[in-house]
Design a protein around this ligand. Structure first.
Ligand SMILES: [Zn+2]
Length: 113
């Protein structure tokens, strides 16, 4: 249950930021999730609600920003959005590609009042 850990960490992080910046209430949290991060949104939302209970983050609304899988070609440096991680470069056909985005999980912004 990878989502439980992420949700707990998200709540702890936001509570920390609120303390540092003297923020009393957070209305919303925008989370960036890569398509390869294996985070199930509905499970994350549930875990987040459980983790946030009794904290100042309770009731904050989650917004998800999905990051597409992005590969970079090692041969021609073309960046592209493939169907799957093993796709060849769309520009030169090289199979030597590297995943440069799509695995992330990050808190992008907080909406405060
Ligand atoms: Zn290429």
């Amino acid at each position: 249950m990878h989502e439980v850990k992420l949700a707990t960490e998200t709540v702890a992080h936001v509570v920390g930021v609120m303390g540092e910046r003297s923020i009393e209430r957070v209305l919303g949290i925008t989370v960036e999730i890569g398509v390869l991060s294996c985070v199930e949104r509905s499970i994350f939302e549930f875990c987040f609600a459980v983790a946030a209970e009794g904290t100042p983050v309770e009731g904050a609304e989650l917004t998800f920003l999905e990051r597409p899988l992005t590969l970079c070609c090692a041969a021609c440096e073309q960046e592209f959005f493939p169907e799957c991680p093993g796709d060849a470069c769309i520009s030169c056909g090289s199979m030597k590609t590297q995943v440069i985005a799509g695995r992330e999980f990050a808190i992008k912004s907080l909406e405060v009042c």
